[in-house]
Design a protein around this ligand. Structure first.
Ligand code: PLP
Length: 369
């Protein structure tokens, strides 16, 4: 049995009660099961601060990327054009998706440690009227930066375009007023801040925009509209659904509510994240993203400046003491990452920092000897 907690941003450490839900093998055409799906869909609308009148939820088999690919390949038509805003690997993945599906796109690339500018998006929309959709990532898990979706959505709405947000690693951990911001499609997955297990993604869709996408999909399995049409009838998934994941997710939403909803969870994540950054700084380890734009989900840290440092050794040392951390993913610096979403509490952060302190002390001693 695995005996460490995950400090990786999905899959993440879940509660025993969420895991226990998966001990049942549920029938999929059974009414009880379809009701669970419907309840999840209603609750996701609530978490997004939108109503059934204007928005609707689609659950889609697969990991988070399947959800992003489903949206991009289902709602951007053959004669339409997508502007992709990218400041990390997940923004770049949307480019990959567009290329694979031969979707016409424009790209606004920003440095990994800077947030994209709404002014620049506005200018690009003005200069290229053929752009119909804009897609961007909220929490760029590559670096940990929290992009400003509000200011970008504002210019996208003002220009009358469709707004797509990959909120994979933030939805449920950062409160998002989906309706007020005018986001048309927002994507997240079961194994991130709702604290379920991997197996499906979910998309909160502007009802009108989803209806308009009928017939545009380039793939059968990822056809967002078709998936919705079947699910909307009575909660039936189009093809085999990840039953165990669905049961665990329903429980995870219940537990999110018990914790005090998104505001309480968000506070726990923020507090633990800021504590971690402070304590790492005390040990001489700097965060890659500046304080102002650092999100509460995951933090990228620079390697310590020491010739004896080995990430692999550090990883092993920490793992043996109960935690799994993450290698870095930014392209311009040597870094590692620590996620703090999931069942992670202040005591875990304190314990982790003690482990770091011990590791750094040993590393320096090795030099001296
Ligand atoms: C996790 C994540 C995804 C999806 O990744 P999968 O490996 O397909 O689950 C997409 N975007 C962001 C920002 C993520 O953090």
């Amino acid at each position: 049995m695995v005996n460490y907690k995950l400090l990786t941003p999905g899959p993440l450490t879940t509660t025993d009660t969420v895991k226990r839900e998966m001990l049942a093998d549920h029938c999929t055409w059974d009414d009880d099961y379809k009701q669970i799906t419907q309840k999840i869909r209603r609750e996701l609308l609530e978490l997004a601060h939108v109503t059934e009148k204007d928005y609707t939820v689609v659950l889609m088999q697969g990991s988070g990327s399947f959800g992003v690919e489903s949206v991009i390949t289902s709602v951007v038509g053959d004669d339409e054009k997508l502007l992709i805003v990218a400041n990390g690997a997940y923004g770049e993945r949307m480019v990959d998706i567009a290329k694979h599906a031969r979707i016409s796109y424009a790209l606004y690339e920003e440095e990994y440690d800077k947030i994209p500018s709404a002014g620049k998006v506005e200018e690009m929309l003005k200069n290229d009227p053929s752009i119909t959709h804009v897609a961007m990532v909220h929490s760029e898990t590559t670096s940990g930066i929290l992009n400003d979706i509000a200011s970008v959505a504002e210019v996208v709405k003002a220009a009358g375009k469709t707004m797509i947000v990959d909120a994979m690693s933030s939805f449920g951990g950062v409160d998002i007023e989906v309706g007020k911001l005018g986001i048309d499609f927002i994507i997240s997955s079961a194994n991130k801040c709702i604290q379920g297990v991997p197996g499906f993604s979910f998309i909160i869709c502007n009802r009108q925009k989803l209806m308009e996408s009928a017939g545009k999909a380039r793939s059968l399995s990822l056809d967002l509209y078709d998936q919705w049409k079947t699910m909307e009838k009575d909660g039936k998934w189009r093809f085999t659904s990840p039953t165990h994941t669905v049961l665990a997710f329903a429980k995870a939403i219940e537990e999110l509510k018990e914790e005090g909803g998104i505001p309480a969870r968000s506070k726990r994540y923020y507090d633990n994240n800021r504590l971690l950054i402070r304590k790492m700084k005390d040990m001489g380890i700097q965060a890659y993203i500046g304080e102002e734009h650092q999100g509460p989900i995951i933090t990228t840290f620079f390697y310590p400046e020491h010739h004896n440092f080995s990430f692999q050794e550090m990883y092993q040392f920490i793992k043996e003491r109960g935690y799994a951390i993450y290698p870095g993913k930014v392209t311009d610096a040597d870094t590692f990452r620590i996620g703090n979403i999931g069942e992670i509490y202040e005591e875990d952060i304190l314990k982790l920092c003690d482990i770091f302190e011990e590791f750094f002390a040993r590393m320096k001693k090795k030099k001296a000897s």
